[in-house]
Design a protein around this ligand. Structure first.
Ligand code: ADP
Length: 468
């Protein structure tokens, strides 16, 4: 039990009852005092007014100074005396004054402790007997006169005792709850403080992050500008080299020997390769900088596929390799950026051509319920399963001996995957070493609300399994 809390409640009760009882006693005795004709006959009433008021003020002050016991004992004692005075001076048979002790019995059991009411009852009984004894003859008569108020007061003391006990129990449970609430409040304060600190930390971390982000953005912009600049600077001379090599190789500036033609064609090839590496690097820089913009639209996918297949023909390592187009009767409606989609497709077909020495390369297009797939299958060297994901990492080439022999940068697949993912699609590989590989692009079908009920331009069916 929280003693402090219980004392606090008792003090609160006393603070309420003391002025009430003192005020009522003072007012009551004052009203009687003014009706008494002479001061000599009613001086004890005037004294009662003064005593009741003074004890009320004293009790109140004592409570304020946290001297509850002293304040309530003095207050009760003074009131016992007042009632005693009135009984001994003015008692007549049937007087109600002895019953007034009940008020003090109730009040004291609430001020101090439940059984205190019985002590006050004992004192009140004694005072009543002494007070009345002057007005009656004989003990029997005295007992007859006091038995009524004494029994009523005893009953009140008992009732006050039990209700004070009940009140005390209620106070105990309230005080336990009060304690719990205090603990919870303390815990909450601690949590609040922790939160405040964490918030402050978060705030400063955020500020640092923001600074770091700004620096990173500035660096990225610088890098992208640099890449643009370099690629522009390199593109012009490479173009010049390639074009002049081509012109000279054609014999337009005079006769060239077979060996010279061979060298010139190697210069031209290397030039084109450098150009494509440059383009890949630029694409990569743009992707990393998040500057890649797509212009998605409904396009003639068949034309896009046809163009890609046609341009890969010149890359075949062996003219006997069969290029197969396996197209659907009805082409899917897919929103793509034609240039970027074709770039991904070309890259897959180009790889198939690079890593296939014999057999066939197939472009298989299929429409499913919600997606369309574009699979490039080859019968080439294949990829070990452990490398199905590695091949999509930047600058990663597998077998050095084979991959290096077939010039490349290791950028084609990562760029293609990025392009396809930007179309909300996926690019995956399945393969068996020595048997071949299948790279599959999966794209979502266009939402009818996007196509607005229109078909892509020149959408028409094409015969299946038609070799070149
Ligand atoms: P690269 O320019 O080297 O071809 P890519 O990113 O296009 O770069 O491919 C990465 C690597 O994946 C290649 O070096 C090669 O080892 C492997 N690869 C890609 N396509 C195929 C394929 N069709 N068959 C076998 N290996 C492939």
């Amino acid at each position: 039990m929280n003693q402090a809390y219980s004392k606090e409640l008792r003090a609160d009760t006393a603070a309420l009852l003391i002025p009430l009882i003192a005020g009522t006693t003072a007012l009551g005795t004052l009203l009687i005092a003014v009706t008494v004709e002479s001061f000599a006959a009613g001086w004890h009433f005037w004294l009662s007014v003064v005593l009741a008021t003074a004890s009320g003020i004293f009790g109140w002050q004592a409570l304020k100074q946290e001297r509850r016991f002293l304040g309530t004992v003095v207050f009760t004692a003074v009131h016992l005396l007042i009632f005693f005075f009135i009984i001994s001076k003015n008692w007549v048979p049937g007087s109600m004054v002895p019953y007034l002790f009940a008020v003090l019995i109730i009040a004291s059991s609430m001020f101090t402790q439940p059984d205190f009411g019985f002590i006050i009852w004992g004192v009140a009984t004694l005072l009543t007997a002494i007070g009345i004894s002057g007005h009656v003859d004989g003990t029997i008569e005295l007992i007859k006169q006091i038995i009524g108020p004494v029994m009523v007061n005893l009953f009140v003391a008992g009732a006050a005792y039990f209700s004070a006990l009940e009140w005390q129990m209620a106070v105990e449970s309230v005080s336990a709850l009060h304690l719990k609430a205090q603990h919870r409040r303390d815990e909450l304060f601690a949590i609040q403080e922790e939160l405040r600190l964490t918030n402050a930390k978060l705030y400063s971390t955020n500020e640092e992050l923001e600074k770091a982000r700004k620096t990173a953005v500035a660096e990225r912009d610088l890098r992208t500008r640099f890449m643009h600049q370099v690629s522009h600077e390199l593109r012009t001379p490479i173009n010049t080299i390639v074009n002049f090599a081509h012109i000279i190789g054609q014999g337009e500036l005079g006769t060239v020997s077979e060996r010279q033609v061979d060298y010139l064609s190697r210069i031209e090839k290397s030039g084109w390769h450098s150009m494509s590496v440059l383009n890949d690097l630029l694409d990569l820089a743009q992707m990393n900088a998040g500057e890649f913009r797509l212009k998605r639209q409904l396009v003639d996918l068949r034309a896009v596929c046809e163009e890609a297949v046609a341009s890969v023909r010149s890359l075949l390592r062996n003219p006997d390799i069969e290029l197969v187009r396996d197209y659907p009767d009805v082409w899917p409606h897919v929103m793509v950026d034609p240039k970027r989609f074709q770039q991904a497709l070309l890259n897959l077909l180009g790889n198939a051509a690079k890593y296939t020495d014999e057999g066939q390369i197939t472009l298989r297009v299929r429409t499913h319920q919600h997606t369309a797939t574009f699979a490039v299958e080859d019968t080439g060297i294949g990829i070990p399963e452990a490398h199905f994901e590695t091949v999509f990492q930047e600058f990663r080439q597998l077998d050095e001996t084979i991959a290096r022999r077939r010039i490349g940068t290791g950028l084609g697949l990562p760029i293609s995957r990025h392009l396809i993912e930007r179309h909300d699609g996926t690019l995956n590989v399945s393969s068996q070493v020595g048997k071949g590989s299948t790279f599959t692009i999966t794209l979502p079908l266009a939402d009818p609300s996007e196509t607005n009920g229109h078909s892509p331009p020149q959408d028409r069916p094409v015969a299946q399994e038609r070799p070149f």
